[in-house]
Design a protein around this ligand. Structure first.
Ligand SMILES: NC(=O)c1ccc[n+]([C@@H]2O[C@H](COP(=O)([O-])OP(=O)(O)OC[C@H]3O[C@@H](n4cnc5c(N)ncnc54)[C@H](OP(=O)(O)O)[C@@H]3O)[C@@H](O)[C@H]2O)c1
Length: 322
């Protein structure tokens, strides 16, 4: 499988399995099916609440399918409630134990947001800590320590703006090698892409399929969904591919790593088969026109509750859209 060489020298497969949102009992079979389909990269997080199931599936993959730990690329993410430097190690140890591994290939700071210890999802103002109380740089220094002792091969961030990356890079001893952000044909993040390219930070796209197709999609709304947009459908038809393959290929051809989630064996195979054909310049130019510059993962339901120190403006470092 094609991979990207990170600033730390490690190779990260361009396609990984997204692991958020599996229904009860779906995680283990999805990871086993993904491994059978050829996935070696798994995008996990403490927050997703299923690392123990993933860990069991990975242990069984290694035992029964003859796959070695060194063949796998396992990412996890430090949850916001472990941001105090003295708590970072505990967050990491929990993920390592649940995933049944003794190191991670990549560990990301999940959000530039700090929550009180023990809080999974904030419910009131008391659940937040400000970035003055727990500066991102202090959390990053603790992640650098995890990098130094070999518990993680590479460290990075998620949901970071160019401004936040810039501040981090200025003071960091170990530069962030990856930023994982929402990115797909309707939200193309051109400025962030240029910044990351210039600073040797690999981008991973979450929501690379823009979350698939809603079950109740009406005919009149098809242009509001990436996978049913006529441009994506036409390009797919031209290449004898599927809309999902076109969306993923668009990211990959732009040098962006993708982590599509599926629990369906057919779609798992479909998504990883993306690498077999190339989009031409005309296709890429047409998709470039689809950018709506509107994020879906706004953080609003978690981070902007009354009394929260976080706002659209200070989280994303951009004005809130009308
Ligand atoms: N860093 C962050 O803050 C952050 C935030 C969100 C997500 N993530 C990561 O990014 C991953 C991907 O995001 P996501 O899972 O929310 O969205 P996604 O991968 O864009 O879309 C997943 C949806 O698309 C469907 N799907 C998968 N393959 C398909 C295909 N070939 N054709 C049609 N539909 C298809 C899936 O349904 P089925 O399962 O039924 O196939 C699922 O409903 C997550 O799993 C997680 O690992 C990170």
């Amino acid at each position: 499988m094609r991979s990207k060489t990170l600033s730390t020298g490690y190779k990260m497969p361009m396609i990984g399995l997204g692991t958020v949102g599996f229904a009860e009992g779906e995680t283990y079979p999805a990871v086993r099916a993904a491994s059978k389909a050829g996935y070696r990269h798994f995008d996990c997080a403490f927050m997703y609440g299923n690392e123990a199931e993933i860990g069991q599936a990975i242990a069984d993959v290694m035992k029964e399918d003859g796959i070695k730990r060194s063949d796998l690329f396992i990412t996890s993410k430090l949850w916001n409630s472990f941001h105090k430097p003295e708590d970072v190690r505990e967050g990491l140890e929990k993920s390592l134990a649940d995933l049944q591994v003794d190191y991670l290939d990549l560990y990301l700071m999940h959000w530039p947001v700090a929550l009180r210890k023990g809080v999974l999802k904030p419910r009131s103002a008391e659940d937040y800590l400000t970035l003055d109380e727990v500066p991102l740089m202090d959390t990053w220094r603790a992640l650098e320590d995890c990098f130094d002792d070999g518990s993680v091969n590479t460290i990075g961030v998620a949901n970071f703006s160019t401004q936040k990356l810039d501040s981090l890079i200025m003071e960091a001893r170990v530069a962030p090698a990856v930023n994982q952000v929402e990115l797909h044909p309707f939200f193309q993040q051109n400025d962030l892409r240029s910044y990351c390219l210039h600073n040797n930070i690999a981008l991973t796209a979450f929501f690379p399929l823009a979350r698939g197709v809603p079950a109740d999609l009406s005919e009149s709304k098809r242009t509001d969904v990436v996978l049913t947009h006529p441009v994506i459908e036409e390009i797919a038809e031209k290449h004898g591919a599927t809309p999902a393959q076109v969306a993923l290929k668009w990211s990959i051809q732009n040098g962006i790593i993708v982590v599509p989630k599926s629990s369906n064996p057919g779609r798992l195979a479909e998504n990883i088969a993306t690498l077999e054909y190339d989009l031409d310049e005309h296709d890429m130019a047409r998709i470039a026109q689809l950018d709506r510059k509107r994020r879906r993962a706004t953080g609003a339901s978690n981070y902007f509750l009354p009394g929260s120190p976080y706002t659209w403006e200070n989280l994303w470092d951009e004005p809130r859209p009308e």
